[in-house]
Design a protein around this ligand. Sequence first.
Ligand SMILES: O=C(O)CCC(=O)C(=O)O
Length: 268
Amino acid sequence: MRSPNHALIETELNALSEHMEGLLAGRTTAVLVKRSLNDELCDRVYRNFQASKGLYERSDGVAGRMVGTNAFLKSASDIHDDYQKNNGFAELLFQGAPNLYRQLFDCVEEAGFRFRHAYIDGVPAPTHRATIWTDECEEQLVLKAHTDWPQVRHSGMEYSDVEHPVAVNFYPRHPANGSSRVRLYDFVPSPGWLEERGILAGGYPIHLNELHDVDYIDIHPEAGDTLLFAASKVHAVFHGSRGDDDVRLNINGFIGFSGTARKVLAWA
Ligand SMILES: O=C(O)CCC(=O)C(=O)O
């Protein structure tokens, strides 16, 4: 049976701080902030993405078109190189629009937490990067099922003690027809479960046939919405159709409470 906490809460940006403690403590599964930016501002961010000189194809086995850093399974020094090359372009995504991440951090502080970027060997981590997922695999999956906790716990970075990482996903573009969705399973795989499948380091990919008996919620964001969810729970992204007007752009990063730093940290 689905746990009462495995549910979606809908809210608006000015009320997000009320849900922050639940998310950071791992009690709240998912919060969808409706219309966090209006259509005109979303268009501006999308145009910035399309025109970005930093647009590249991801080439590490997880298919996507990106602007910004990709820290997946990288060492601190490789991450620094990646930041240097890509993060300036990610900051420019919000040129001409309010930076949604700046607003999010105000919500974290309004909720009574101290906040800062995580530091990676002396260097502040980026807050976000942008991706259009492009995996073409079966059952309309554009991002295969995975859990994000191993990349946090095994990173060796300042944020590795965060017990409840929260994924923050802002969608300047999202298909309106409901065919695209984030599927969030009520399942946090143990280290042993991941190790048996050879994915202890990255938590990716988890095959759907392993998840048949697991409860889930399907979340259908719209353009302008921001989705925050418990990133340790297994999740996948489905995208039904592929027209030119059917773009799904996600600008995402992570936040989480670090007991050592006694602060909420942000990283991407
Ligand atoms: O694109 C999304 O909605 C979710 C992205 C995601 O799961 C991830 O970046 O790990």
